[in-house]
Design a protein around this ligand. Sequence first.
Ligand code: PLP
Length: 393
Amino acid sequence: MNSSGKRSREIYLDHNATTYTREEVLAAMAPYFGERFGNASSLYHIGQDSKEALERSRASVASLLGARPREIVFTSGGTESDNLAIRGALKASGKRMDECSVVTSVIEHPAVLETCRSLEEDGVSVGWLECGRDGIVKLEKLEELIGPDTVVVSVMLANNETGVIQPVTDIARALEGTDILLHVDAVQGVGKIPVDVSELGVDMLSLSGHKFYGPKGIGALYIRTGTPVEAVYTGAAHEFSMRPGTENIPAIVGMSKACEISRAGLTGEMERIGKLRERMEKGILECIDEVMIVGAGSPRVPNTSSVVIGRVEGEAVVLNMSVLGFAISSGSACSTGKGGVSHVISSLGLEPRFANGAIRVSLGIRNTEEEVDAFVEELGTVVKRLRDMSPVS
Ligand code: PLP
């Protein structure tokens, strides 16, 4: 640590947990914390100024997704969007809970997983899609799991721990000609790969600002025109009566700026980050033995690497790397503190010596080759030290 309390080295490699806010995003937001503070529902001029900012932002978000502005509902983030999609679809079905079924996968983020578990307790029947060792959800059982009671299928676009891209278009095809809605949690996809709601064939799609260099506490749910969904909160008629509450204009403006920047620069940025990941994974495989990259042969978002290291504890690696100034995670950031192996890693059915050794490295726009090389070198040293200390090695 130096005199200002900062570590001499701080290398952030956990962008799937959250990202810093881009300078341009901060600059776009600033006036809406200051003189442009109006409530977008007010009829006088500063209110209408906010209303204009709101609708401009809606158009930017829609444009990134290939959607219409009217199809974007702003929420407080990915978790709320997921809840609104699933609970709102069940509500709109008009059926009793014990007459409904939902299909999801075992590798979803807790925002979907726990929502489905909670619905299960309320009587909803939930069908769970398993995951293969390649990190891809197995669709063989989909036909079996869906039926006349199924209201919504919810599967993520890219997994937050492995980065593996899920077969969403295949699911959309399988649901064609049915009334079953398809919701996709694209929180880890937006800003990392092109996301087009029509190409994917989805009815609803969740995104979250803080995963792609926008602010925290803001997200959106895309709802295809005509999709039967009802608000889950009661209140005033904001957001087309889908999500009551005074709109968070600074955050909405910030997220829409992040969408615009992503739209313009995604290909170049992700190509560079993809090369960095390749360099890092090659280095890791060369300098550590008994190591696996989850989903290495599967389509993945370019920034994420789930590295499973034999004969070490992922948590110990994370803590040791933190002391050396590297921020990585041993699983989903949202579930840290719970202990145990992450549900995603468990679902892969790895051999016992690998089961506890998962770390997640997720790169971002400011990372450099030098940082990645330093990370690989220190990781090799830490793993060797931990293995040397282990009584069972
Ligand atoms: N879905 C996925 C796949 C995520 O990775 C996350 C956050 O890590 C969420 C949902 C929750 O998003 P938020 O933090 O905006 O509520």
